[in-house]
Design a protein around this ligand. Structure first.
Ligand code: ADP
Ligand code: MG
Length: 640
C-alpha cells in the first residue's frame, strides 16, 4: 500500500515529503492528544517490532544465509541521553527498503482500521480501551516523542533510508549512508515525557512488558557514565528465552499475560490460557489463549486468523490457520513443532498429516480449556460466551467429533425467567437436564427472531402450565445449529413449534387415532374448508391454554430462519404450508362453533389465522385484507 498522495521532492533530489494516509493521521492525532493513560506501552511496541524484524531475518536466512553475514549476534539495544532527551531502540533485523519505509510507516495496513476509527466515541477512556483492542504499533512512539527518526537498511541491500516525522500531517524520507543492517528508531522525547530517558525506568518497563521476547534486549551498564573507559559495556535486561519453552511452573501469570499481548496485539488481559508440551511420536509445544473481546473482523471469514508457528523456536509465520478449525478462529497463541521442516510453506501445511493430527489435538485442548473456564470461572465464561458464542456454535456443524464437547459449552435463554432478566440467562444443557420434570425424555426448544417473540410465543402455554422449561433461541444461526444437534446425553431435541410434539408422559408423538378423531370433528372440517389453500392441516391443539390458535410446522418442513438463509443464497424453495391448531376450550372458538352465518364464520377464521401468524412472529401477507375483516367484525359488534 503506498502513501495516498504523491511526494514533493526536495532540491537535492533524494529527499521527499509524503502525507500520512487519512487513517494513520487520525490515529496519530489520537496518540498525541488523547491517550495518556498508559504511555509505557510505546516501548513494548517498538521492542515488539524489533523482535519481529529479527524473527523475519532469521526466517529469510534459512534459504539465504548470506543475509546475516558477520552480524549474527541478534539483539535489541536501547540507549538514552537524559540531557538531550532522546531514546534510541536499535535492532539488527531485516530492516526496510526505502519503499517499505514509505509503505509501512505512512499507512495502517491492518484490516479493520476504518471500522475501528468509526467506533471512536470521543470519550478518552472508552477510546483507549478500543485502541487497546486494535493495537497501535509504531505510531505509539508519538505518545512520548515530538519527533521520531527511523534509520534503516534492509538485509541484502546497500541503501539506507532516514524517515523523519513530527507526527503531524507528513513525514519525510531521504537517503542515508553507512548504516548497519537493521533499524534504529530515535525518539526526541516531548517536554512531558523526558523522564523516560532514565535507566531504572526503562529497565522496569522492559521487564514488565518485554521479558518474554526471545531476543536479548541490551542496555548500557549503569555505572558506565563515570567509568574511565569510553567503550560502553552492555548487559541483557530481559530473560530472552522464548516463554513457551520454559516450564509452566516457572512462568508467572503476569508473564503469560504480557506474552499474550505480544502475540495478539490486544492490550487487555486474556480470559484464560493453556500451555502444553507434547512428547512422543509428534513433538510440539502449544500455548493457546482465549481473548476477552472479539476483534472487529470475527465475522469476516477471510480475516487473518491462526497461531504463530515456530519450528524448533525459529519463527516461521504468523496466522498459521491450519492448526485450528475455523470455528475456533478466536483462539490466539503459539505452536512450536519439532518435526516440521524449517522451509515449510502454507501449501505444505495444508496437506501435512502431522499438522492435521496437531489440529485435532489442539481443538480438543481448546475446548477443554473453555470447559475448565466455565467450571471454574463462570463469570468469565459468560464474557467469553457473549463475545464468541456464535462462532462456537458453528462448531456443531463443522466438528462432528467434538459435538458433545461443543454442546456442553453452549448457553441459552430459557422460558424459566421472563423479561429483561430472562434475556440475560446463560443456561447450559446440563443445567437444563438437571431441571427436567418427571418422565421428560426430550430437550424442548423454540427458535424465533427475537427473545421477545420467543418468550411470548403461544407455543409455550402448555409448557408453562406444566412447569416444563423450554430453551428460547433467537440467534441468526440457531435453527441451523439445532439442525446439527441430534441429541445430548441421550436426550433428543424437540422443536415445540412442530406438529409432532410429544409431552412428558405421552408414549409417542400424537397417535394416529387422535389425529383421525380430530380431523373428524365438525368444527375442524368447517375451519379446514375456509383455510383450504392456506394450511396443510387443521386440528384441535393440546398446546394452547390462553391463546385461541397457533400455527405449527410439519415435521420435515424448513423453519423460517433456514428458509430465509437459503433463499438469501439464491435457492428457490417449494412453498410450505403450516398446520393450524385451535384451542377448542377458548371462548372465541366456542362462539365460532355456534356461528351459523358462513360468511361471518369465514371472516372469524381468517382473522384467527392471521393473528396466529402474527403471534408466531411472521408478517401478514395481506395486511389490508386483515384490516378489512376486522372492521367488518367490529361494525357487526357495534351494531348488536
Ligand atoms: P505491526 O507491527 O502490527 O505490523 P506496526 O505499526 O508496529 O504494526 O509496524 C508497522 C510495520 O512497520 C511493521 O509491520 C513492519 O513492516 C515495519 N516495521 C516497524 N518497525 C520495524 C523494525 N524495527 N524493523 C523492520 N520493520 C519494521
Ligand atoms: Mg508492531
Amino acid at each position: 500500500m503506498a502513501a495516498e498522495n504523491t511526494a514533493e521532492t526536495d532540491a537535492a533530489g533524494n529527499g521527499a515529503t509524503y502525507g500520512f494516509q487519512t487513517e494513520a493521521r487520525q490515529l496519530l492525532k489520537l496518540m498525541i492528544h488523547s491517550l495518556y493513560s498508559n504511555r509505557d506501552i510505546f516501548l513494548r511496541e517498538l521492542i515488539s517490532n524489533a523482535s519481529d524484524a529479527i524473527d523475519k531475518l532469521r526466517f529469510r536466512a534459512i534459504e539465504q544465509p548470506e543475509l546475516i553475514g558477520d552480524d549474527s549476534d541478534f539483539a535489541i539495544t536501547i540507549d538514552f541521553d537524559a540531557d538531550a532527551g532522546t531514546l534510541t531502540i536499535r535492532d539488527n533485523g531485516i530492516g526496510m527498503t526505502r519503499q517499505e519505509v514509505i509503505d509501512n510507516l505512512g499507512t495502517i495496513a491492518r484490516s479493520g482500521t476504518a471500522e475501528f476509527l468509526t467506533r471512536l466515541s470521543g470519550d478518552q477512556k472508552k477510546d483507549a480501551a478500543l485502541i487497546g483492542q486494535f493495537g497501535v504499533g509504531f505510531y505509539s512512539a508519538f505518545m512520548v516523542a515530538d519527533e521520531v527518526l527511523v534509520r534503516t537498511r534492509g538485509a541484502g541491500s546497500d541503501e539506507g533510508t532516514l524517515w523523519k516525522s513530527r507526527g503531524e500531517d507528513s513525514f519525510s524520507v531521504e537517503d542515508a549512508a553507512d548504516l548497519p543492517r537493521g533499524t534504529e528508531v530515535t525518539l526526541h522525547l516531548g517536554a512531558d515525557a523526558r523522564d523516560f530517558a532514565d535507566g531504572f525506568r526503562l529497565r522496569s518497563i522492559v521487564r514488565r512488558y518485554s521479558d518474554h521476547i526471545a531476543v536479548p534486549v541490551r542496555m548500557a551498564r549503569e555505572a558506565e557514565a563515570d567509568a574511565e573507559s569510553t567503550e560502553v559495556e552492555y548487559e541483557v535486561v530481559n530473560s530472552a528465552k522464548a516463554l513457551w519453552t520454559r516450564a509452566r511452573t516457572d512462568i508467572s501469570d503476569d508473564e503469560y499475560k504480557s506474552f499474550y499481548k505480544h502475540v495478539s496485539h490486544d492490550f487487555e488481559d486474556p480470559l484464560t490460557w493453556s500451555h502444553n508440551k507434547v512428547e512422543g511420536k509428534l513433538e510440539y509445544t502449544s500455548l493457546l489463549y482465549v481473548p476477552g473481546r472479539a476483534p472487529f473482523d470475527l465475522w469476516n471469514r477471510e480475516a487473518p486468523r491462526g497461531l504463530k508457528l515456530y519450528v524448533q523456536r525459529v519463527f516461521i509465520m504468523d496466522q498459521a490457520e491450519q492448526f485450528l478449525p475455523l470455528y475456533l478462529r478466536f483462539i490466539k497463541g503459539v505452536v512450536d513443532c519439532a518435526d516440521l521442516p524449517l522451509n515449510v510453506s502454507r501449501e505444505l501445511l495444508q496437506e501435512d498429516e502431522r499438522v492435521n493430527s496437531i489440529r485435532s489435538a489442539l481443538s480438543k485442548r481448546a475446548l477443554s480449556m473453555l470447559q475448565t473456564l466455565s467450571d471454574k470461572h463462570p463469570d468469565d465464561y459468560v464474557t467469553f460466551w457473549d463475545e464468541f458464542g456464535e462462532a462456537l456454535k458453528e462448531g456443531a456443524g463443522e466438528d462432528f467429533g467434538n459435538r458433545e464437547a461443543i454442546a456442553r459449552l453452549l448457553r441459552f435463554c430459557s422460558s424459566r425467567v421472563k423479561g429483561e432478566e430472562g434475556r440475560r440467562q446463560r443456561v447450559s444443557l446440563d443445567d437444563y437436564l438437571d431441571r427436567m420434570v418427571e418422565g421428560q425424555e426430550q430437550i424442548y426448544y423454540l427458535v424465533s427472531d427475537s427473545f421477545e417473540a420467543a418468550s411470548n410465543s403461544p407455543h409455550l402455554e402448555i409448557f408453562e402450565d406444566r412447569g416444563i422449561e423450554v430453551l428460547l433461541l433467537h440467534d441468526r444461526i440457531d435453527e441451523w445449529l439445532m439442525g446439527n444437534l441430534s441429541d445430548y446425553k441421550d436426550k433428543g431435541f424437540q422443536d415445540i413449534t412442530r406438529a409432532d410434539l410429544t409431552l412428558p408422559g405421552e408414549a409417542t408423538a400424537e397417535t394416529e387415532d387422535r389425529d383421525d378423531d380430530a380431523e373428524d370433528a365438525p368444527l375442524t372440517r368447517r375451519i379446514a374448508a375456509v383455510l383450504a389453500d392456506r394450511v396443510e392441516k387443521v386440528r384441535p391443539s393440546k398446546r394452547l391454554k390462553s391463546s385461541p390458535a397457533c400455527l405449527v410446522l410439519g415435521e420435515y418442513s424448513l423453519g423460517p430462519q433456514m428458509r430465509r438463509i437459503m433463499e438469501a443464497s439464491g435457492q428457490t424453495l417449494p412453498e410450505s404450508k403450516p398446520q393450524f391448531e385451535y384451542n377448542a376450550e377458548h371462548p372465541l372458538l366456542k362462539r365460532l362453533e355456534a356461528e351459523a352465518d358462513e360468511d361471518r364464520f369465514a371472516d372469524l377464521v381468517l382473522v384467527l389465522f392471521d393473528q396466529a401468524s402474527l403471534a408466531g412472529g411472521a408478517p401478514l401477507p395481506d395486511a389490508a385484507a386483515y384490516v378489512d375483516r376486522m372492521n367488518r367484525l367490529l361494525v357487526d359488534l357495534l351494531e348488536c
